[in-house]
Design a protein around this ligand. Structure first.
Ligand code: ADE
Length: 233
């Protein structure tokens, strides 16, 4: 199978990604040749002898700002080699990541993700080089790396062939606008903690109906906004 998705990640801390992409489903996706992930050290594009990537903010204030020049050089170099569907800046004030956003990005061929640090990047990077800004939640991380890893994971597992069972990503919690129903496995009775009898009944229609009810009920209590959005409420 040929590679369906290539992700390039630009970061000042490339080693942070080693463990993540070197293990589990993400590694298998790469080993199967379905996905390629390249982590690039922004310092390769730094121009001064100290390989600086940041400087003080104009106008003063605490915190350093990432320089436009190394980022511009890096993005230009990568863009000269291929066309990117999106150049994404990971930022707490970006568009909030949810399942539909991950679904949309999973059909891309090439994605470039830029991880910010310190106080963020020089605004001109966002104005001129970035096509999309993504946040993984309303909290501030110390850098965009974890956010890029989260976004990559959410996208990669949706690429056809990555998960063993092709239908399993589609039946995930959130894919049909509801959270997942509870799941159980052996033993059926553990220290008097029992499995709902319907799951042991062999009656598939009853099991499906029970799962649907449970999903609706869980969504109502845990993510009521989702039911409004998807019309089950
Ligand atoms: N960088 C710092 N915090 C972040 C967040 N919540 N989402 C994406 N990138 C970030």
């Amino acid at each position: 199978m040929s590679t369906r998705l290539r992700i390039d990640i630009l970061t000042a801390l490339p080693r942070l990604f080693d463990g993540w992409f070197g293990e589990s489903i993400l590694k298998r996706a790469q080993d199967k040749g379905l996905v390629e992930v390249y982590v690039h050290d922004l310092r390769n594009w730094a121009t001064d002898k100290h390989k600086r990537l940041d400087d003080y903010a104009f106008g003063g204030g605490a915190g350093m700002v990432m320089l436009v020049k190394p980022i511009h050089r890096a993005i230009t170099a990568l863009k000269s080699e291929r066309t990117y569907d999106e150049v994404i800046y990971m930022s707490p004030d970006g568009e909030l990541l949810d399942q539909p956003l991950a679904n949309g990005l999973s059909t891309a061929r090439n994605l470039l993700m830029l991880c910010g640090h310190y106080k963020g990047v020089d605004e001109r990077v966002r104005q001129h080089l970035i096509t999309r800004e993504v946040s993984i939640g309303d909290y501030v991380l110390s850098g965009g790396e974890l956010a890029a890893a989260v976004l990559s994971d959410a996208i990669i597992r949706l690429v056809p062939g990555v998960l063993g069972n092709e239908t399993s990503a589609l039946s995930d919690s959130f894919q049909d606008g509801m959270v997942a129903p509870p799941v159980y496995t052996r033993p059926a009775n553990y220290e008097d903690w029992e499995v709902p009898p319907v799951l042991l009944s062999g009656d598939q229609a009853a099991i499906d109906a029970w799962r649907h009810e449970q999903a609706v009920e869980r969504t109502r209590t845990r993510r009521p906004g989702m039911l409004d959005t998807f019309g089950e409420g």
